[in-house]
Design a protein around this ligand. Sequence first.
Ligand code: NAD
Length: 485
Amino acid sequence: MANIHNNYIDGKWIPSSGGDTYEQRSPADLAEVTGVWQKSTTDDARQAVEAARRAFESWSGLSVYQRAEYLNAALELMIERADAIAKVITAENGKTIPESRSEIASAVREMEFQIYQGVRTGGEVMPSSMSGVLAYTIRRPLGAVAVIAPWNFPFNVPARKITPALISGNTCVLKPAQLTPGAGEQFVRLFEDAGVPAGVINLITGSGSVIGAELVTNPAIRAITFTGSTEVGRSINAKAATGMKRTQLEMGGKNPLVVLTDADLPAAAAATALAAFACAGQWCTSTSRAIVQRPVLDEFIDLLLGHVRKIVVGKGDDKASTMGPVCGQTQLDGILAAIEKGKAQGATLLVGGGRITEGDLAKGCFVEPTVFTDVTADMSVAQDEIFGPVLSVMTVDDFDEAVDLANAVEFGLASSVYTADLEKAMEFVGRTDVGLTHVNMPTAYKEPQLSFGGVKASGHGIPEAGPTGIEFFTEHKTVYIRTGV
Ligand code: NAD
């Protein structure tokens, strides 16, 4: 019998008031239950929000250096526990152990940067137009905030959202994705064990469609930070608007990598293979479209297939594996349906295209690395976020056509161009409609001290991490003081 895990509300691990639980199953073997989790109710969500609201006064009353001490203690524990946390991420999400370790390493960097940002954020002193008046601004925390996380980066996303929220004096309720509650629990335990006071961080597990509405509409919640699908993001934004709550939404992508005739083709092919198939194509910044100029198409495809053939699909905790399963049955069904649709619409399947149904892997959600070519802009494989190991290769005659095609989707998260022509590269940077672009680098490259967020249907609100993290989680106050008469 797998362990039963509770919610964390007001410093206590407690079961849901409704008494119901659900099983989380390993995507590498659907027969294996990794844990039993609380199916939380609206009432649980209300209790968690109430605990965060109550804790706000004393937490925000600490100096930022006192809060930094707690957060640095949690960060130290994160580094110490990296191996154990990686095992939990791999068990629930399926990604390989090196991929889980890299997610934790990235969470460490996010936390370090946001703690540093928090202690150095102040206001501005401005000269007043009146003599004898001191005029300045300060920033102050909002209150209780809701943090709604996805399953693809189940540990890093809470780290990047919760650190700027807490360092600037807010309290929070974390709702991890239903598929990855253990990563959320691991994150919250760092704060419990670092001695962070009760109510400052709370965790409730379960279905977003059941508890999400309470988290988004409860009057005590002042801001919502969400990473997930565009569909859910839109519905959260509509509900939050009624309560005039601040929202920040990071959503889907359909990221293009453009290859021009003068590109370093081996580098372009390696970057495409990396960002299309790492974490089984389940990065929001995964490359899902390669847009290639006709004269170099054949050579690019040969190089790309060389990389694809080397991918070893297997269980995430098997040292030989370089690509794990996709995260669960729903994800598997959606990816296979998208592949079938691509075939039916006339795309040519170059490699892959199916579930792995032999041996031990038949028990899990393993999909072959898949490459389509002859993909045109009207096909669903060129438009929809498949969020799996599926790459669409599209062919263009010139640079303008490449840029237009790259922009011809509803999403605008990440892009890249491979070229030796600086002028073309800079023109691409100017014309690509995304929040994050690259030249001669993979679509997924990012660093914590720079803004990260999409435009169009990929993002809404100022980024909750990076240099604007503290700004998102604080409001301003302007002060005028007559110092003399
Ligand atoms: P999802 O939208 O299904 O779920 C995200 C979170 O929202 C989960 O915690 C879920 O329980 C919750 N949720 C679901 N319904 C809700 C509701 N009605 N109200 C409130 N919360 C609700 O997304 P997912 O499948 O977990 O994650 C994959 C998606 O996330 C992909 O589209 C991917 O592109 C996107 N993503 C984007 C970024 C980015 O930075 N842009 C990063 C990672 C993932």
